[in-house]
Design a protein around this ligand. Structure first.
Ligand SMILES: Cc1cc2nc3c(=O)[nH]c(=O)nc-3n(C[C@H](O)[C@H](O)[C@H](O)COP(=O)(O)OP(=O)(O)OC[C@H]3O[C@@H](n4cnc5c(N)ncnc54)[C@H](O)[C@@H]3O)c2cc1C
Length: 399
């Protein structure tokens, strides 16, 4: 097969790769762009295994990419869904303090919401009961702008737009090697080699490996954290009217197990956050020795484990014990029982870890020569994808 020369190659057909493709083609309409995805369909990994929430941006540090892109991105996502007739529901959410010691944290979070210029309000126990009659809380934040969508459906539409704009999408094509030549970047796949003047790495759980193959030292390792879910049986769905979240642990990047109404009408509870022994390890029994050894040999991992061993142990317990999972959920809805919950498919988050043991909190894009590596795009990157795509398009050099 001949080695065709493209202006841009994007690795990864998740929501970030697709939105980047759209925005690059919008900025450079004459560019020749190829998006390469190893799976046979788009959005098979993080994007297709998430909670489907359109986050408003309350949690994120003011001024961060996450705060800015979630706020703008939730509006862009809403516009996109309206324009392309994609089912969505701005159902609103509550963040609930269930213990007295959580009330100051709840108030801090409320202040953060105001700093991020969001429409949020503090509500009393009585007001909470009116919105969510089955939730037991002391005080809560109401976030009426939060909503839900199926991000797989969004990606199907993104894919159509990439092709309509002249882009090429190759599914079932795994990038196995990347070489940065003096005037182009070459990617190797089982179906042949492809070259481009510029490479955009949106490989999610494998983004650090693509960067390494290209020769960039991004100084971090992707650590996979599985998020396990239960689904509420149909007869008990009425217990959840909107989206119900706990007050998150401020030093932990995950939001705590919550209740989410999903597009399609079902209700999910979760996710927890346990170390996955395989980058795409959706089952507890999935192990990949290379993935595991890489994590174990990365010095940052042991520093992280030393710092968060207590939280990590709690998450492990919740993973192996349904009773422990249910106890966490009962903090929000006391009447939920183990019989009301059936296991649902898990997701795996790609979380970048630095060698000093700190988790990369914000979205993190590392520029190289003729390439850009999206090295950390965790939640709310699905919500923020359109704005991330615009940012990436503004960073790439002209074709
Ligand atoms: C459990 C869970 C819940 C979440 N909940 C939410 C939420 O409610 N709201 C929200 O906004 N965000 C949420 N997120 C975060 C959000 O889903 C991710 O931030 C987002 O999907 C990241 O998109 P991505 O395109 O970077 O990665 P991915 O969707 O993982 O896409 C990367 C793609 O690259 C491909 N790829 C990798 N290596 C190669 C290779 N060598 N060759 C070719 N292709 C390759 C993969 O197959 C994959 O399709 C959640 C995530 C998880 C896991």
């Amino acid at each position: 097969m001949k080695n065709s020369l493209y202006d841009y190659i994007i690795v990864g057909g998740g929501i970030v790769g697709l939105s980047s493709a759209i925005e690059v083609l919008r900025r450079f309409p004459k560019a020749k762009l190829l998006l390469i995805e190893k799976e046979d369909t788009l959005a098979q990994h993080q994007t297709g295994h998430n909670s489907g929430v359109i986050h408003s941006g309350i949690y994120y540090k003011p001024g961060s990419f996450k705060a800015k892109f979630a706020r703008q991105g939730s509006r862009s996502m809403l516009d996109f869904c309206q324009t392309h007739d994609i089912e969505h529901d701005i159902c609103g959410k509550v963040i609930v303090a269930t213990k007295p010691e959580q009330v100051p944290q709840l108030k801090d979070l409320y202040q953060r919401g105001l700093q991020n210029e969001l429409n949020v309000s503090l509500i009393s126990k009585q007001e909470l009961m009116e919105i969510e009659p089955h939730v037991m809380g002391l005080e809560a934040i109401s976030v009426p702008g939060a909503g839900i969508v199926n991000y797989k459906q969004v990606c199907q539409q993104f894919g159509k737009l990439v092709i309509a704009a002249g882009g090429e999408v190759r599914l079932g094509t795994k990038v196995t090697a990347v070489r940065n030549r003096h005037d182009r970047v070459e990617v190797e796949t089982p179906g042949g080699a492809f070259s481009a003047r510029f490479l955009i790495n949106c490989a999610g759980l494998h983004s650090d490996r693509i960067a390494q193959q290209e020769g960039s030292n991004v100084g971090l390792k992707i650590v996979p954290f599985r998020g396990e879910y239960y689904e509420i049986v149909p007869e008990k769905r009425h217990l959840v009217k909107h989206l119900i979240y706990p007050v998150p642990n401020p030093s932990f990047p995950f939001l705590g197990v919550h209740y989410t109404r999903m597009i399609g009408g079902h209700v999910e509870a979760g996710p927890n956050a346990v170390l996955a022994f395989k980058r795409e390890g959706y089952r507890k029994t999935d192990i990949n020795l290379r993935d595991l050894a890489e994590v174990a040999m990365f010095p940052g991992f042991w520093k992280l484990a030393g710092k968060y061993w207590r939280e990590g142990a709690q998450e492990m317990v919740r993973s192996v014990s349904k009773a422990a999972f249910v106890r966490s959920l009962q903090e929000l809805i006391p009447e939920i029982t183990a019989e009301d919950l059936v296991p649902a498919p898990a997701g795996v988050r790609a979380q970048a870890l630095k060698s000093d043991g700190s988790l990369v909190d914000d979205f993190h894009v590392v520029p190289g020569t003729r390439c850009l590596h999206v090295c950390n795009a965790p939640s709310p990157a699905a919500t923020a994808s359109i704005e991330i795509g615009k940012y990436i398009a503004s960073c790439v050099s002209t074709a």
